[in-house]
Design a protein around this ligand. Structure first.
Ligand SMILES: Nc1ncnc2c1ncn2[C@@H]1O[C@H](COP(=O)(O)OP(=O)(O)OP(=O)(O)O)[C@@H](O)[C@H]1O
Ligand SMILES: [Mg+2]
Length: 281
């Protein structure tokens, strides 16, 4: 096909030789099948910030690092330079996460480069070499559902051991190749160590899996793998070899209300201080 405008810079740089077809147009990106020499790959073209939806929300951005404090200040203030930086951080987040995860042994499409808002990566394929279907489009037996669920839990644990939480894990962001599930779509990936909502996000990701596979294997409904994984992780006990049960003992200790109130008050104080400093700037 005729090379779409957004892919022209990559063709000029020799990163791709030919655009074969459009694969999908999602909420956040348009995905193309491209040829690079002999190889068939996948090019994900990110939409402009104004056309994107929830994934850009503040809770996902928290804990993301930029190169220097000048950039951080510009991003906070929302200057034109700041917005450009924000956009770059956003676009590079997925390629960074993919490199990190591939190195940690997580099954993700192999990334090559992110250039001019386009991520170049391996095309995930089925047994016939066609673009792999989404989990949502695959027929499952109870056995297969159990097998995929277990494989995905293992992937989530590997990811967390590498410090990454997907943040938008669902049957729409998982492809199925010959060997099983492959996790994709990571621009909103969360830093497990520095994001205060990390535990909530992890639990939500894992619960999404239980709910989806629970339709085919009902015993998965009501399992507490997310809570269990997070508890082990925060205790420093989670490893890729950890055997999970899906059961978490209820915490029956009385709540320390005084300590909770202190936490809240100190958070309010910190926020007031932050506002005051902003006004002074
Ligand atoms: N590496 C890949 N190999 C094969 N197909 C892919 C690959 N990456 C993306 N796709 C296809 O493109 C679709 C959209 O990709 P992705 O989920 O990353 O983008 P998105 O814009 O966030 O989509 P959505 O808003 O629908 O979640 C996927 O559902 C999948 O069908
Ligand atoms: Mg997606």
């Amino acid at each position: 096909m005729k090379t779409p405008k957004r892919l022209q810079p990559l063709q000029e740089e020799g990163l791709i030789d030919e655009v074969m077809r459009q694969l999908m147009s999602g909420k956040e990106a348009t995905v193309y099948v491209v040829r690079c020499g002999e190889e068939i790959r996948c090019a994900k073209v990110y939409k402009e910030a104004s056309q994107r939806s929830f994934k850009n929300a503040a809770s996902y951005q928290e804990g993301r690092k930029v190169k220097n404090s000048r950039q951080a200040r510009a991003m906070e203030k929302g200057t034109r330079y700041g917005r450009k930086m924000q956009e770059e951080v956003w676009q590079n987040a997925e390629v960074d996460a993919l490199y990190r995860l591939a190195a940690a042994g997580v099954k993700v499409p192999r990334p090559y480069i992110c250039h001019e808002g386009v991520l170049l990566m391996d095309l995930v394929t089925d047994a016939d070499g066609n673009a792999a279907p989404r989990l949502n489009d695959v027929e499952l037996t109870p056995e297969l559902a159990r097998q995929y669920h277990a494989q995905l839990l293992h992937q989530v644990v590997l990811m967390l051991c590498a410090g990454v939480i997907h943040g938008d894990l669902s049957e729409f962001n998982i492809l199925v190749d010959e060997e099983g599930p492959v996790i994709i779509d990571l621009p909103q990936a969360i830093d497990a160590a520095s994001n205060t909502e990390a535990g909530v996000m992890l639990e939500r990701d894992v619960n999404n899996l239980a709910t989806y596979f629970g339709q085919f294997a009902p015993e998965l409904n009501g399992t507490k793998f997310g809570k269990e994984i997070w508890k082990l992780f925060t205790a420093g006990l989670l490893t890729p070899e950890t055997v999970l049960t899906g059961i978490v003992a209820q915490d029956t200790r009385p709540v320390d209300l005084g300590a909770v109130m202190e936490e809240i008050e100190s958070a309010i104080f910190e926020e007031k201080e932050r506002q005051r400093r902003l006004l002074e700037m």
